[in-house]
Design a protein around this ligand. Structure first.
Ligand SMILES: [Zn+2]
Length: 169
């Protein structure tokens, strides 16, 4: 996800990259089980110190389902855009309300890894569950069984992460 900023005149360029599971491993992320996201970066250089970027993130990531813990494939389709400043800006937002990514003045390359990572995670829904009826019934039964064991052991039900599942049985 390294974009060279030197060696080309002002104008617009497109760069392509790919975020697979190895990409998420470099961030020590263990929540993502698999990933296949195409990354297209459109960089517009208006002047040496004025750069704008638009990301297009498209593909899928696989996470454990919040309800049955089985793998759940989620679509990714996000098009965040932001400005890049090479000196300390006074705010995090530019005049037109875009997010600003700040780089040190010596950077000749633009490393978008962190931005790509953050925007992919941000694009995922808060509740990651299979569509109704597509969860693994065996796992849910097992989780329900576990909950009964916990209750018998006197575990505080309100603190159980599976307490919300109780209504299903
Ligand atoms: Zn599920």
């Amino acid at each position: 996800m390294i974009i060279p900023l030197n060696g080309w005149a002002a104008g617009e360029r497109k760069f392509h990259s790919h975020a697979g599971i190895e990409f998420f491993h470099t961030f020590d992320n263990t929540e993502i089980l698999d990933a296949n996201v195409q990354v297209e970066v459109t960089v517009r250089k208006e002047a040496m110190r004025k750069v704008e970027a638009v990301l297009h993130l498209q593909g899928t990531v696989t996470v454990p389902c919040d309800r049955c813990l089985e793998p759940l494939v989620l679509p990714v389709d996000a098009k965040p855009s932001f400005s890049i400043r090479f000196d300390a800006p006074e705010t995090d937002l530019s005049e037109d309300g875009k997010e600003i990514l700040q780089l040190s003045t010596t950077d000749a390359d633009l490393d978008l890894s962190q931005a790509v990572y953050d925007y992919i995670l941000l694009s995922l829904p808060l509740q990651k569950v299979h569509p109704e009826g597509e969860c693994n019934a065996d796992t849910i039964r097992f989780l329900g069984h576990q909950e009964r064991i916990d209750e018998e052991a006197g575990a505080q039900q309100a603190n159980s992460p599976f307490a919300a599942l109780k209504g299903l049985f």
